[in-house]
Write a protein that binds this ligand. Sequence first.
Ligand SMILES: [Zn+2]
Length: 90
Amino acid sequence: MTGPHQTATEAWPQFVRALNGITDPVARAVLDLHSADTEPVGRGECQGCDIDGHEAERPFWPCRTVVTVAGLFGIEFPDFRNAEQYPGRR
Ligand SMILES: [Zn+2]
C-alpha cells in the first residue's frame, strides 16, 4: 500500500483522467460546463456553478455537481482533507 502523500498526489490525476474518459453526451456537457479555471486541472474554481450575491465565491473544483456526476460513473473523488497539500493548489 502507499502512504497518504503518495495516494493524494497520484489520486488527483487519476480522478481527472477518469473524468476525461466519460463519453456519455449528457455527462460530458455537464462536466464541460463545470470545468476548472486552471490548466492543467488543479484545485481551481468551478466555472459552471451559478453563484448569487456580491459576497459569493465560486466553489473549488471539483464542485458537488462534478463529484455527483463522477459518482454516477463509479468514479470516487479522492479525499484530500487529510493530505498536506492539494495537487495544483494555488
Ligand atoms: Zn460546478
